[in-house]
Ligand binder design. Structure first.
Ligand code: BG6
Length: 514
């Protein structure tokens, strides 16, 4: 076992010992939606169960449906029972937590609803000691964001009314549909909130294993000297999912994999793996380095998109042992949909560290397995002493596995025991589960807590979002203006269209089998 340590995890210790925020209120817009039940409430419940948030913490669910506070609490309890990582709900923890859950019924465009919200928040401040500290969470469809932001501003809620108070806003993805809409949304938000009040969420950044990319790179001395074009042949980033649409085809038809996954999650993984060491682990320094990576990626003009980017859509097939329908047959999908459910691309980062080192990215639905990983593929040893014994030997690969089987593995060559020199590839593995125990906090737990503490390091800054869109928008434009794609072009349960293999194979390389 490689890098085996049974020391307590510093990240979890840090969470436990130093990081209790002051009581605050979180107003969730779109509280009757799926995100609140599946992710936000289970995360808040677990933070409360682990005593990481104080007793006065309060949630106000803001939505249109007339369900009342009792109905809302019951729906949230149901959601936690279904989706929380710790189940069943502990009655004593729930009772305390539920006392701080309120429901506020209003239309998002009704000024009176926001004035009533203000009165409610003032009452909560008095009764639960929340001191004018407020988080507004946009969990609605994105089309409602501008109106809600405007109404928050008009009701005077964007600036604290109390000396100890603050106001922050969390914005869910997707952040815009392209560069122009992202710029416009940033502008609309900036009319009401300062940038340091804005928390654009990308849940990948809350994953322990994603944060560990930084720790692994910058807390160890041995990797950084070889983390560049001299030693690295190329990098592969794979985020594959075996699931299909799960009832989200209507959303997905408007979105597609490039907007749903690449613009945010894959771009974040790419910037963490390629960035320079920041001068400090704080929001400005870390995000400053990440944005430099995004800006250094060589732009792909619309006329070149087909050379560097492959898109796909799944047809019927089988995943595991199960026969599954094609994308166009999913409930709610348009039978002639042009939405891509798969994207692969080759990118170059034009800076001193990475010049001419390809980064291959791929993501898709209905692929054979759920795997997220980053593979750093090193160059071959400069001189092979054991040429005959090692003809098919694969070069070293360092794999950062984000999920599942979270861990890090290094492929190296070793001698097979015996009287002759025979060489095989072996892997040295570090597994999170074995070293730190199985249970890891959910990404949303970490991110919600960070927002309460005012730490935006793991949230996306406006210039990062814009830089990612600047790179991807020409791809969307080329697809929109070009002829209809030959969809479906891969069978569910396979690793994407043929063209995705050609993209890397014509460079003399091949995709890893994760
Ligand atoms: C979401 C996407 O942001 O990420 C989904 O909208 C996708 O389509 C999900 O399934 C994947 O997240 P995770 O944490 O399961 O890898």
């Amino acid at each position: 076992m490689w890098i085996e340590t049974l020391e307590p995890s510093p990240l979890r210790e840090g969470l436990r010992l130093e990081r209790t925020p002051e009581p605050c209120v979180m107003v969730i817009f779109g509280a009757s939606g799926d995100l609140t039940r599946r992710k936000l409430m289970p995360a808040l419940y677990n933070l409360s169960r682990e005593r990481l948030i104080p007793a006065g913490f309060t949630v106000v669910g803001f939505a249109r449906r007339p369900i009342g506070t009792d109905g809302f609490r019951a729906a949230m309890l149901d959601g936690i029972n279904q989706f929380s990582r710790s189940r069943p709900v502990q009655p004593a923890v729930w009772e305390t937590f539920a006392r701080g859950i309120h429901y506020h019924q209003s239309d998002f465009s009704d000024p009176d609803g926001f004035h009533r919200l203000r009165t409610l928040l003032e009452t909560i401040d008095r009764e639960r000691g929340t001191g004018g500290r407020r988080i507004f969470y946009l969990a609605t469809p994105p089309s409602a964001y501008p109106e809600i932001v405007r109404q928050i501003g008009a009701a005077g809620l964007a600036q604290p009314s109390e000396p100890e108070g603050w106001a922050r806003i969390i914005v869910e993805k997707p952040f815009g549909r392209d560069l122009a809409t992202a710029l416009e949304l940033n502008r609309q938000i900036a009319e009401v909130f300062r940038e340091d009040q804005v928390y654009r969420i990308d849940h990948y950044l809350g994953k322990e294993t994603v944060q560990n990319i930084l720790v692994f790179r910058f807390a160890n001395g041995i990797f950084e000297p070889i983390w560049d074009r001299r030693y690295v042949d190329h990098v592969q980033i794979t985020v594959s999912e075996s699931i299909g649409m799960e009832g989200r085809a209507r959303y997905y038809d408007e979105t597609g994999a490039l907007r749903d996954m690449v613009q945010n999650h894959l771009m974040q993984l790419l910037s963490l793996v390629a960035m320079e060491p920041p001068v400090a682990f704080d929001a400005d320094a870390v995000r400053g380095e990440k944005v430099k990576v995004l800006r250094a990626i060589r732009p792909i003009p619309p006329s070149e998109v087909d050379r560097y980017v492959v898109r796909g859509q799944y047809g019927p097939g089988s995943v595991g042992a199960e026969d599954v329908p094609g994308y166009r047959e999913e409930p709610g999908a348009n039978p002639e949909s042009r939405a891509e459910t798969f994207v692969a691309m080759k990118l170059f980062i034009d800076n001193w560290r990475w010049a001419d080192t390809p980064f291959y990215l791929r993501t898709g639905k209905r692929l054979p397995r759920r795997v997220s990983e980053i593979a750093i593929q090193f160059k071959r040893a400069p001189h092979l002493l054991f040429r005959r014994a090692a003809e098919d030997l694969e070069p070293n690969v360092l794999v950062l596995r984000i999920q599942p089987n979270e861990g890090i593995s290094l492929r190296a060559a070793a001698k097979v025991p015996g009287p002759t020199i025979q060489i095989r590839s072996i892997t040295m593995d570090f597994l999170y589960g074995l070293s730190f125990g199985e249970e890891q906090p959910e990404a949303y737990e970490r991110l919600l807590l960070d927002c309460m503490l005012g730490d935006s390091t793991l949230f996306t800054r406006s210039d990062e979002v814009e830089a990612a869109w600047r790179l991807l928008t020409p791809m969307l434009e080329a697809w929109e203006d070009g002829p209809p794609p030959d969809f479906p072009n891969y069978a569910a349960g396979t690793w994407g269209p043929e063209a995705a293999h050609a993209l890397i194979e014509e460079d003399g390389r091949r995709w890893r089998r994760p």
